[in-house]
Design a protein around this ligand. Structure first.
Ligand SMILES: O=C[C@H](O)COP(=O)(O)O
Length: 250
């Protein structure tokens, strides 16, 4: 199949310069598989991107946690895709559920952002996932499909996209999806992409899981055939992130 395992660390809105440098030191000293085996991307807050990029071991990459939906200009407080490219930041996380829920980002807005970021040369970690209410109502796959469709309608080339399935009820709650729950949604999502985009894109696109991933649960999740990696929040700030990077290594 050849989908390289992908581990993203989303630091969210955390850190001081000292803390960030400490995390980078831990990452730099960690024993991890070669970048041929695992792709590692860490996502500090915007303001720390330059320092992290300059200090981080070369085989690890950085991602921004968001970017503006179109070309920069009179958009106070926003950061444009062109600026990230200019800084040499290769990746951006888009559509994270915290932004969807707290900042009202709609499926369509996220689709537009993904399309614009790709057009500028960024690689995108695009997040989808259902709330607890939606899961309990049995609409998990409808929600995930609608979020993915809004992206699929706006892009043609999926080679620079990683899909992150992050059930909202599992984010920061310690309530991780079981390996079977994660596999079920990942397989359905891969199927959706096969039918609605193409079999090739479905085969090659990495679908990673996010939501209370820790050193303790990552191996079992990583063993699922359609789990191609992780997007880690809380645990990416801790030394156990190194264990998570090693999750797929046998
Ligand atoms: O982007 C990462 C996710 O929101 C997961 O966060 P968490 O690992 O703290 O649950």
């Amino acid at each position: 199949m050849g989908r390289k395992f992908f581990v993203g660390g989303n630091w969210k809105c955390n850190g001081t310069t000292d803390q960030v440098e400490k995390i980078v030191k831990t990452l730099n000293e960690g024993n991890v598989p070669s970048s041929d085996v695992v792709e590692v991307v860490v996502s500090p807050p915007y303001v720390f991107l330059p320092v992290v990029k300059s200090q981080l071991r070369q085989e690890f990459q950085v991602a921004a946690q968001n970017c503006w939906v179109k070309k920069g200009g009179a958009f106070t407080g926003e950061i444009s895709a062109e600026m990230l490219v200019n800084l040499g930041v290769p990746w951006v996380i888009l559509g994270h559920s915290e932004r969807r829920a707290l900042l009202g980002e709609s499926n369509e807005f996220v689709g537009d952002k993904v399309a614009f970021a790709l057009s500028q040369g960024l690689k995108v970690i695009a997040c989808v996932g259902e709330t607890l209410e939606e899961r309990e109502a049995g609409s998990t796959m409808d929600v995930v499909a609608a979020q993915t469709k809004a992206i699929a309608e706006k892009i043609k080339d999926w080679s620079n996209v990683v899909l992150a399935y992050e059930p909202v009820w599992a984010i920061g709650t310690g309530k991780v999806a079981t390996p079977a729950q994660a596999q079920e949604v990942h397989a359905s999502l891969r199927d959706w992409v096969k039918i609605n985009v193409s079999p090739e894109v479905s085969e090659s696109t990495r679908i990673i899981y996010g939501g209370s991933v820790t050193a303790a649960n990552c191996k079992e999740l990583a063993a699922q055939p359609d789990v191609d990696g992780f997007l880690v929040g809380g645990a990416s700030l801790k030394p156990e992130f190194i264990d998570i990077i090693n999750a797929a290594a046998v």
